[in-house]
Write a protein of this length. Structure first.
Length: 268
């Protein structure tokens, strides 16, 4: 089904429900998009992995396109709530690659933990890298790694280097186009990446020192040490952590709580 047909169906839903936001999970051709802008009775939110140019006539939010639909909609719901674009319980209409639907905004665990108010572009980029590592591995082998973002000073107080820091003296940002392959290469070494809130890679090969017995962590049973370290460091500091297991499962933690659990290798 063409994107134009899907958008027509979405416009009918918007009119019938009174929804004030149309979410496009796939960017339509410019001529189709221009027919939607500007509209006084609803706003258009365009989702993409990144945007070269920011536009004033629509809302843009960066979310990895290889997330499953449910996780994407939960993130969008949190974004709409955090930005004050919709209130809890209000609906929005969405158009995906092959479907149209409606969802009510809810104060999910992303919104409750202020996901989009903390280093959004940096977290989104590292989530994108984690998804690619989950699917592709590195040189034919599965990879497990941990990214800890923000509150660097306190994170380093609860950690120690496992090897000489390969990023010492360098100013490499995760937001740089050239950094993705560098990150993937060093993801093969043991330990965590420590990344500043602005995206600079401060260190890699770092051992996170947390004692889960002394922390009030609400976690599912059976998590490995990497995921427990991710939860623990976000309980002790203001950081966000993204952990990737060798089985391909990605988890995001904030305030000691797991916000997202997703395995891109599995079909949902």
């Amino acid at each position: 089904m063409s994107i134009s047909v899907l958008i027509e169906a979405a416009l009918t839903l918007l009119k019938g429900t009174g929804a004030k936001v149309l979410v496009l999970l796939k960017s339509p051709p410019e001529d189709v998009l221009s027919t939607l802008l500007p509209k006084g009775d609803f706003r258009v939110l365009l989702v993409g992995p990144s945007f070269e140019v920011r536009r004033r006539d629509l809302i843009q939010v960066s979310i990895p396109t290889n997330l499953d639909l449910e996780s994407s909609l939960n993130l969008i719901s949190a974004f709409l709530l955090e930005q004050g674009l919709l209130r809890e319980g209000e609906p929005f209409v969405y158009v995906s690659e092959d479907s149209v639907g409606i969802k009510s905004v809810s104060k999910n665990i992303f919104a409750a933990n202020g996901f989009f108010s903390h280093h959004q572009s940096v977290v989104q980029r590292l989530l994108e890298v984690a998804i690619e590592l989950s699917v592709e591995g590195r040189e034919g082998y599965p990879v497990g790694t941990l990214f800890v973002i923000g509150d660097v000073k306190n994170v380093l107080r609860h950690s120690h280097p496992m090897l000489p820091n390969p990023f010492k003296g360098h100013r490499i940002s995760v937001l740089s186009r050239d950094s993705k392959e560098i990150i993937k290469e060093f993801a093969q070494i043991d330990g965590a990446f420590v990344v500043s809130s602005r995206g600079r890679i401060v260190a890699a090969g770092v051992y996170i020192e947390v004692d889960p017995r002394k922390l009030d962590l609400s976690l599912p049973k059976g998590l490995g040490s990497r995921h427990i370290a991710a939860a623990g460091i976000t309980k002790l500091t203001k950081a966000i952590a993204i952990s990737l297991s060798e089985s391909g499962t990605i988890r995001i933690f904030k305030n000691g709580t797991m916000l997202l659990e997703y395995n891109p290798r599995m079909k949902y």
